[in-house]
Design a binder for this molecule. Structure first.
Ligand SMILES: [Zn+2]
Length: 477
């Protein structure tokens, strides 16, 4: 994501931050002042049923491993109402007679487990589901949750709203870190990645877009049904769902890579320069990060508030408002770099967010150097100078998308590069992705691989650069 960082020091970002503090000005619908479901309990409540995430104790759900989500949504931007059903294929990882899902907003009307309607309790932010038969570790379950809601962005502990946004021409979602559960009952934690099928029904004339390949598009009466398939493991925070007057733009990238972008029909000509950046940027990053990790790439240019840029898996999300004055090289390269760092290899805990943001920031620094702007060395030196107190490796929720994760994290990577040398550094980045694509990993996993690649103990280095609250003021020589 680039909303919380450098972009927030720009006018666009400041505007975005302001607009998120209250009612989104782009939302043409009245926003309820009270959630329609019960208020949430304090997040330190031990009954929140999370998976032990230090920053978000209520996220995730113990005892389950989701393998596939079948997300079926009917949505009309004019009424701004979702009629939804999600079919969740999961495996139990422990013996359970009940499970939970994360749901904060959806009004659940029915839950069916393995074909049997069962009892449930909406206990925001948890949906508690009784299993009709006691489940054993290793059992496969299919859980169908039917629900409805009038979606609206909800506050996150990061200090910004996230979730489902109504836009002038349709809608979009911004889920990082805990917005998916506000419109989709799910296991909303990056440690559990799954495949997805999205079946989205919209009024005739609108396009509905989600991650992956377009599997089917059909007309049913006065509606259109769009089916998208994401077969590669994806965290819930990387879901892309858009509705609006979009044109699907197909192309071919390096070594035959499929390109699939979506652009508002009225923006087709204006967004061509941005579309044209994809191939050279992919080619450039592949030299350093290894092969592009997914089956396809694209960009999605939505009519959101300005300052939004998000690495939704396989197709990064941007705001058309940021592209009125030319191609945004930093935004485009940053979100592309995330496809390797964050999307292919995902943090196992939110406190490991630097594994996403530091790497994407370092990536956009490399691209900017490549096109003749500031060198990486100069950018890193500047970032080192402005780095203040606080450890990159252990942010609080409010600091996750702050300086120490982005530029401060890029400083850590640049120091590591100087410490172990270019060959080992880029071998490390390539092995990190090649060996962990599809998985969720921790900072400790990265440190272990770094030591393996470098052939030296690096605990002192990481203690000093990543975990100390007061970090060095000089790069290693
Ligand atoms: Zn980012």
């Amino acid at each position: 994501m680039l909303c919380g960082l450098a972009a927030c020091s720009t006018d666009a970002g400041v505007t975005a931050r302001r607009s998120e503090a209250g009612v989104d000005p782009t939302d043409s619908q009245p926003v309820p002042t009270q959630p329609t479901t019960p208020q949430t309990a304090p997040i330190d409540d031990p009954n929140r049923d999370g998976v032990g995430d230090v920053l978000f104790p209520e996220l995730g759900n113990p005892g389950i491993d989701v393998t596939h989500y079948g997300v079926a949504i009917a949505y009309d931007p004019a009424t701004d109402v979702i009629d939804g059903a999600v079919t969740i294929d999961l495996e139990l990882t422990e013996d359970r007679d009940a499970i939970t899902l994360d749901a904060q907003g959806p009004e659940v009307t029915e839950v069916v487990v393995n074909g049997t309607t069962t009892t449930f309790l909406m206990d925001d932010p948890e949906l508690r589901i009784d299993l009709p038969d006691k489940g054993r570790s290793g059992d496969s379950l299919q859980v169908v949750v039917r629900y409805g809601l009038h979606p609206y962005p909800q506050p996150s502990a990061i200090g910004m709203n996230n979730g489902w946004y109504n836009s002038p021409g349709g809608s979009y979602v911004l889920n990082e870190p805990d917005g998916a559960r506000t419109w989709l009952p799910c296991n909303d934690h990056p440690s559990d990645k799954a495949a997805y099928t999205f079946t989205i029904t919209v009024p005739a004339g609108l396009t509905a877009v989600a991650n992956g390949a377009l599997g089917d598009h059909r007309t049913e009466g006065d509606h259109e049904v769009w089916v998208w398939e994401e077969t590669q493991p994806m965290a819930t925070y990387l879901i892309q769902v858009l509705t609006g007057d979009y044109e699907v733009v197909e192309g071919t990238g390096p070594h035959g890579l499929e390109l699939l972008s979506v652009v508002l029909r009225s923006d087709l000509a204006a967004m061509q320069p941005a579309l044209d950046t994809m191939s050279p940027q992919i080619e450039f990053f592949e030299q350093f990060f290894g092969p592009y990790p997914f089956d396809r790439y694209g960009i999605a240019m939505t009519d959101s508030f300005g300052g939004l840029a998000m690495e939704t898996q396989g197709r990064s999300l941007f705001s058309r408002d940021d592209f009125g004055f030319g191609v945004q090289q930093m935004l485009l390269s940053h979100e592309l770099a995330h496809q390797w760092f964050g999307d292919a290899v995902t943090p196992a805990r939110w406190q490991d967010i630097w594994l996403n943001e530091a790497f994407a920031t370092y990536g956009h620094m490399m691209w900017l150097e490549h096109i003749g702007e500031q060198t990486v060395g100069a950018a890193a030196a500047e970032a080192l100078m402005f780095r203040s107190f606080g450890a990159t490796g252990t942010p609080g929720a409010a600091e996750m998308f702050g300086y120490n994760s982005y530029e401060g994290g890029a400083v850590v990577l640049h120091a590591l590069r100087l410490q172990i040398g270019d060959d080992a550094f880029f071998t490390l980045l390539q092995r990190w992705v090649a060996e962990n694509n599809g998985a969720s990993r921790t900072t400790q996993d990265f440190i272990a691989l770094a030591e393996d690649v470098a052939g030296e103990r690096l605990s002192a280095f990481f203690d000093e650069w990543l975990f100390a609250g007061r970090t060095p003021t000089q790069f290693p020589r």
